[in-house]
Design a protein around this ligand. Structure first.
Ligand SMILES: Cc1cc2nc3c(=O)[nH]c(=O)nc-3n(C[C@H](O)[C@H](O)[C@H](O)COP(=O)(O)OP(=O)(O)OC[C@H]3O[C@@H](n4cnc5c(N)ncnc54)[C@H](O)[C@@H]3O)c2cc1C
Length: 418
């Protein structure tokens, strides 16, 4: 095979690795170039809930709250006053996406993506799947718990949409929840049960997928930042890494999470996203909830893992940086402690922050890059990158191979921004 047949994937997060797997299974020669170590980005530090049917952040409920979010550092979605043009454009798009018509469309597209992706995750749990991957996935469902009537009403409306779109859900009251699992506090007045959710430990999942793709013959190289893509309207030659070293390849996939926009920007192409910074703390607890849960008021997820219980969440639009704000970390403990007993005094074992790649319209970007021959993009998954990993890989591989795609890909195209 000549070097021009090679596919270069930029980014070794969940999206890059699953895309590498899908392309390798279809017979492509694939190399993944990743700037990091493989264990330090959103794909390894997230909450670990594969949640088909998760709703976009931009919703009619957020529309009227925009000003509150701007100035309230205790809000689950916080935008510190930091204005630049890309941010203002993004906020404008976000506000538009909160309109009921846009929101309805986004939910429809995300739910279709979710259903196809669920099949991909089911395949990973089948007997033919590598044991190391299957062992990190537990098809036990998850919960969204709530403490306020207002949030309960919203949960009830969401349950109707989920049922309409074919996702199993059950609404139960606080008494029933505590009967099933006494870990929940008396403040909790109800819960949405999602039997179809899958729970994982993200760092173990990512490393098992990386081992698997390497066994399939994919080359994965960490510590190599791609500086430039060598593509014009007619040809793609490959990429330049580190000290202007050329890596040849006729096809390039940008799967570099929040850094994707910067790479595309060299070519005057826009994939406008904001980094939605999230945090996790690992705590040591004796009796965590048996199912992972999200506390709806604070949007904090609680997921029990091998090395402690992970409290994960918050969205902070403060630019690309890894600064940790103690106030936001404290909110994780406070938000979770309202719903789950014994968290307030649990010793903290570890703190982490990472960035979700968020588009303003809540939809991922999956498809060809405008004006860049042989160059593709897969990013912008926001809060759903793990959930939507398999469908992203499938759709992109189908497009690269010129096959009919499993669903209409127009809503995800990079053209929508250019
Ligand atoms: C707190 C938190 C909780 C979350 N919970 C969930 C959840 O429960 N369920 C869910 O589905 N999703 C969740 N998410 C979202 C999910 O983690 C992300 O959507 C997903 O990990 C994005 O994956 P990615 O591969 O696109 O990007 P990343 O994981 O960011 O990976 C991008 C990779 O590209 C590499 N890279 C960057 N620039 C370059 C370059 N120039 N050259 C080479 N490599 C480069 C980086 O080193 C990195 O390894 C959560 C996120 C956070 C922060």
């Amino acid at each position: 095979m000549s070097q021009s047949d090679r596919v270069i994937i930029i980014g070794g997060g969940i999206i890059g690795l699953l895309t590498a797997r899908e392309l390798r299974r279809r017979g492509h020669d694939v190399i993944v170039l990743d700037a990091g170590s493989g264990c330090d980005t959103a794909s390894s530090g997230n909450a670990g809930i594969i949640a088909p049917g998760h709703f976009p952040i931009a919703s009619p409920r957020q529309r009227s709250r925009a000003m509150k979010l701007l100035f309230d550092p205790d809000s689950p979605l916080y935008i510190p006053p930091r204005f630049n043009l890309p941010m203002l454009r993004w906020l404008y798009g976000f506000r538009r996406a909160c309109h009921p018509r846009h929101y309805g469309h986004a939910v429809e597209v995300l739910n279709r993506l979710s259903r196809i992706s669920s099949e991909g995750w089911q395949e990973f749990m089948s007997v033919d799947s590598p044991r190391a991957i299957a062992d990190t996935l537990r098809a036990v469902g998850s919960l969204e718990v709530f403490c306020e009537e207002r949030t309960g009403e919203a949960a009830s409306m969401d349950a109707q949409v989920l049922q309409r779109d074919g996702f199993d859900t059950e609404l139960i009251d606080g008494e029933e929840l505590r009967r099933r699992d006494p870990a929940f506090s008396n403040e909790v007045i109800g819960a949405l049960v999602h039997p179809g959710h899958i729970i994982t430990q993200p760092d173990r999942l990512l490393s098992a997928i990386e081992d698997h793709v390497m066994e399939l013959g994919v080359v994965v190289q960490h510590g190599h930042a791609v500086e430039r893509i060598l593509a014009d309207e007619h040809t793609c030659h490959g990429v330049l890494i580190d000290d202007d070293q050329l890596v040849e390849g006729g096809t390039v996939v940008i799967a570099a999470g929040i850094w994707s926009d910067g790479l595309a920007g060299h070519h005057g192409v826009r994939v406008p996203m904001q980094p939605a910074k999230g945090y996790h703390v690992m705590v040591d607890m004796d009796a965590p909830p048996s199912l992972a849960c999200v506390c709806r008021e604070s949007m904090v997820a609680v997921n029990s893992m091998d090395d402690g219980v992970r409290l994960a969440g918050t969205l902070e639009l403060s630019g690309i940086n890894h600064r940790m704000a103690q106030r936001r970390l404290d909110l994780l403990v406070k938000g979770a402690a309202r719903c789950v007993k014994g968290i307030e005094d649990a010793p903290i074992l570890q703190k982490w922050t990472g960035m979700r790649p968020c588009t303003s319209d809540g939809l991922p970007v999956i498809g060809p890059m405008p004006s860049m021959a042989g160059t593709w993009v897969a990013t912008g998954h926001g809060m759903m990158g793990i959930t939507l990993g398999p469908v992203t890989a499938l759709l992109l591989a189908q497009m690269i191979d010129g096959d009919t795609t499993e669903m209409d890909v127009v809503p995800m195209s990079a053209d929508r921004f250019n």
